[in-house]
Design a protein around this ligand. Structure first.
Ligand SMILES: [Cu+2]
Length: 375
């Protein structure tokens, strides 16, 4: 009589269940606990040559620090609000499905960072701890959710949360260099007035890439043969149409998720909150403009030759006209696009070049005076 155990109806599903358990146990073994400290500070950053701007800055910098983890990691972020107004942090894209809180009521949605809905805002001088599983992979991000039109729209309260997928696509495995580009805008009327602005009738007049307007942006330095992934974030309230000269981008991911049918573009429209990943093969040596094709967005306060603009610069090439302002970008921050940090081990990465200057109490005094006048 032949052995029957292989065909036993119960053995097949239990073998399957065992395989699934092994698979998920393997995932759990790889997942790690990540714990970070955030402060929120009142700082002043130089957005453009003629614009200093008061911001609420995560760890004192705009953009905020890069958080780079793996899918399945459990992330804990302790936040201390050192500013004079309340804030929260929303982890944009994360599902908050796994209960990691100690309350035991299976309610990780209370980690979603929405004031009045999931928590009381973190008051000045207070602290709050967020815990969540990085379940959604890809280009996700974080931002304040208090008075969003001001704090996120014009005060720099945003940063990248990059989650490496457990199973990367074939296309993304080819990437040799990550370039994080966070797009936002500014209104010089409110540069010195924390706690104001962001209204629907306001007009933004400065536009930026990682918080800097041309010519304070940095070149995207590449070598022939590099496969660069542009991770583009609509961090502010405007739409942006990012155009790469001389190169197509293969759009592979939208809002962190891989697209079933990636497509080629040379211009990609990015709305508020959206993220697109565009993979670019660096196969065309030259110095090439990369800019926002919404025309007013390449101006600084109405003057052309500013805004959301940079260049892809291949190694070893010099601009045709040496002193042309279009190619005279500073080249002093190799981590301007977090490209270097993305090569480092997982964790939280600050960038000192993004740090703002302390306000020396001027923001505080200004507001007290305003309050006094209204009495
Ligand atoms: Cu805020």
């Amino acid at each position: 009589m032949p052995p029957t155990y292989g065909r036993h109806p119960l053995l097949i599903p239990s073998g399957f269940v065992f395989a699934v358990m092994v698979f998920f146990t393997a995932l759990q073994v790889n997942a790690e606990d990540r714990e970070f400290d955030f402060t929120i500070e009142e700082r002043k950053i130089r957005v453009a040559p003629d614009l200093e701007y008061q911001v609420f800055a995560f760890n004192g910098q705009v953009p905020g620090p890069l958080i780079h983890v793996k899918e399945g990691d459990d992330v804990t972020v302790h936040v201390a609000n050192n500013t004079t107004l309340p804030h929260t942090i929303h982890w944009h894209g994360q599902y908050q499905r796994h209960n990691l809180t100690s309350s035991g009521d299976a309610s990780n949605w209370k980690m979603d960072g929405v004031p009045g809905v999931t928590q009381k805002a973190i008051e000045p001088g207070d602290t709050f701890t967020y815990k969540f599983r990085a379940e959604k992979a890809g280009s996700t991000w974080y931002h304040c959710h208090v008075n969003v039109s001001e704090h996120v729209g014009i005060r720099g309260m945003w940063g990248p949360l990059i989650v490496d997928p457990a199973k990367p696509t074939k296309l993304e495995k080819k990437v040799t260099r990550d370039v994080i580009m966070m797009l936002s805008s500014w209104d010089s009327d409110y540069a010195e007035k924390l706690g104001s602005g962001g209204g629907p009738r306001d007009r933004t007049n400065y536009f930026s890439l990682n918080g800097r307007s041309f010519p304070l942006t940095q070149p995207i330095n590449v070598r022939k043969g590099d496969v660069v992934r542009l991770r583009m974030f609509g961090a502010g309230a405007e739409i942006h149409a990012i155009h790469t000269h001389g190169h197509d981008m293969l759009i592979t991911h939208k809002d962190g998720s891989p697209l079933p049918a990636p497509y080629y573009v040379d211009t990609i429209l990015i709305g508020p909150g959206e993220r697109y990943d565009g993979i670019v093969e660096m196969n065309n040596p030259g110095i090439w403009m990369v800019h926002d094709h919404v025309d007013p967005h390449v101006t600084n306060n109405g003057k052309h030759g500013g805004g959301t603009m940079t260049v892809i610069a291949y190694e070893g090439l010099s601009p045709v006209v040496k002193d042309d302002p279009h190619t005279m970008l500073p080249n002093d921050d190799p981590d301007f696009y977090y490209s270097e940090s993305m090569k480092q081990p997982h964790g939280m990465h600050n960038n000192d070049h993004f740090k703002g200057m302390p306000l020396q109490g001027e923001g505080r005094r200004e507001r007290r005076k305003v309050q006094h006048e209204t009495h």
